[in-house]
Design a binder for this molecule. Structure first.
Ligand SMILES: Cc1cc2nc3c(=O)[nH]c(=O)nc-3n(C[C@H](O)[C@H](O)[C@H](O)COP(=O)(O)OP(=O)(O)OC[C@H]3O[C@@H](n4cnc5c(N)ncnc54)[C@H](O)[C@@H]3O)c2cc1C
Length: 393
């Protein structure tokens, strides 16, 4: 049986065989994956030990104490948080063997080709077509808001394979090689001045059938696994007390007493308490995750995260007065990752606007919570039995 003692002993063996101080970073990460210490709840041979997820904290603490490198999870968030759980659940053995190791190590970055100009909240309305041609699928269409497409090797892609079926039924899920001919990535500049996301044009892209995830026509079901995990990975990451957005505001408050007013004090206290409640709720959500796939609770968590980030970053800008409006760099940058830490208040304020849109808008998440957590009546869905090709567009 794998328990904390067994996991600790395996971690010590890894450290002895590959001392972090003298081992190349990537070699260390590969060795960690092969030792089953990457994500202990994954199966043996795929970076895990088939052990309870809660034991990951034991491994992480031992490795951090020994100064071992990590796989920079923020840089590869879409791969770790969304593609990997979907591949694990729906992939073939061959797909799992080929894709999961370089994904976890960070050698191959992933992006998500879901949203389209006419299909965001109503994702099932998507129009990108995949037409079968022998052992391959020929894909044509346009995707949009694709974070990290400019650095990605692989994409998770959903496309319409049968337009004669109602919109949720004729969709199939693929893994798309972003280096294949016919894939064109163009930057989209955001309110922050940066272009962390893109529009992606797919023209006659040939995807082998061996890179289909799940059955033909079952893509909507497969995508639900991705989307549920996406909400947890956006809103539910582990942070220490006063981590996240509340940290810089609280620091400014302590260091700059001249900026304080009674009203700002009250608002800061309210937001500090809310941030702490959200952090502890996130801990609880992670404990639930130990028992299986995330459910609609992840939507509630992501809702709270978006609202708090926007209110806290707004307070920070107010607190700093004119200085809060300064912004370090308006030139077009193409960052590899989104990182609030080390950036100025203006960046945090502007970037957090996207939090209530990415990974499902707050309005749509409220609908999910209303229907699936509170049991309220569902929205009228008049188009669910009509063939996609006959829908008004
Ligand atoms: C920073 C960022 C990164 C992103 N990264 C990716 C990515 O990597 N890959 C990807 O595929 N997509 C990505 N997206 C896209 C994101 O998932 C979509 O923007 C989002 O799902 C909303 O879709 P939309 O933009 O088409 O807006 P729409 O769906 O057109 O919504 C417009 C407005 O109508 C409201 N609305 C729509 N339907 C309802 C309803 N039923 N009830 C109540 N209100 C409703 C919405 O809440 C919103 O306010 C990203 C977005 C952002 C902002």
């Amino acid at each position: 049986m794998t328990d904390a003692a067994a996991v600790r002993s395996l971690t010590k063996e890894l450290l002895a065989a590959h001392p972090p101080a003298t081992t190349d970073r990537t070699d260390f990460l590969k060795a960690r994956f092969d030792a089953g210490l990457a994500w202990v709840h994954y199966p043996v041979g795929l970076g895990g030990l088939g052990a309870p997820r809660s034991l990951q904290a034991v491994v992480d603490a031992e490795l951090a104490a020994a100064g071992a490198p990590d796989n920079d999870p923020r840089r590869i968030g879409i791969g770790l948080g969304m593609a990997a759980p979907t591949i694990l659940r729906f992939g073939t053995d061959e797909q799992k063997q080929r894709l999961l190791r370089p994904l976890w190590v960070g050698e191959e970055v992933w992006c998500q080709l879901f949203s389209e100009p006419g299909a965001g909240s109503d994702l099932a309305a998507l129009g990108t077509r995949a037409v079968r041609d022998g052992d391959t699928w020929v894909v044509d269409g346009q995707k949009v808001w694709t974070s990290s497409a400019h650095v990605a090797r692989w994409a998770i892609l959903i496309a319409r394979t049968d337009p004669t079926l109602p919109k949720h039924q004729g969709i199939t899920y693929f893994v798309c090689d972003m280096t294949d001919p016919g894939v064109e990535v163009r930057p989209l500049r955001q309110i922050t001045g940066e272009a962390e996301f893109n529009e992606v044009f797919l023209t006659g892209v040939r995807i082998p059938d061996s890179r289909r995830l799940g059955a033909v026509g079952e893509g909507w079901k497969v995508a639900q696994t991705t989307l549920m995990n996406e909400r947890v990975s956006i809103g539910g990451s582990r942070i220490p007390r006063e981590g996240g957005m509340i940290g810089p505001v609280a620091r400014t408050w302590r260091e700059r007493p001249g900026l304080r007013t009674h009203d700002l004090h009250q608002r800061l206290l309210d937001l500090w308490v809310e941030a702490e409640v959200a952090r502890l709720a996130g801990e609880r959500l992670r404990q639930q995750l130990v028992a299986g796939q995330p459910g609609p609770e992840g939507s509630g968590m992501k809702l709270a995260f978006a609202r708090l980030n926007q209110e806290i970053s707004g307070l920070e800008v107010e607190l700093r007065g004119e200085e809060g409006l300064l912004y370090d760099d308006w030139t077009m940058r193409r960052p590899e990752l989104v990182d609030f830490t080390g950036r100025d208040a203006g960046y945090r304020y502007l970037r957090s606007k996207g939090n209530s849109i990415e990974g499902g808008t707050s309005e749509v998440l409220l609908n999910i919570v209303a229907e699936r957590v509170l049991g309220l009546p569902s929205e009228p869905r008049s188009d669910k039995d009509i063939a996609w090709k006959d829908l008004a567009r």
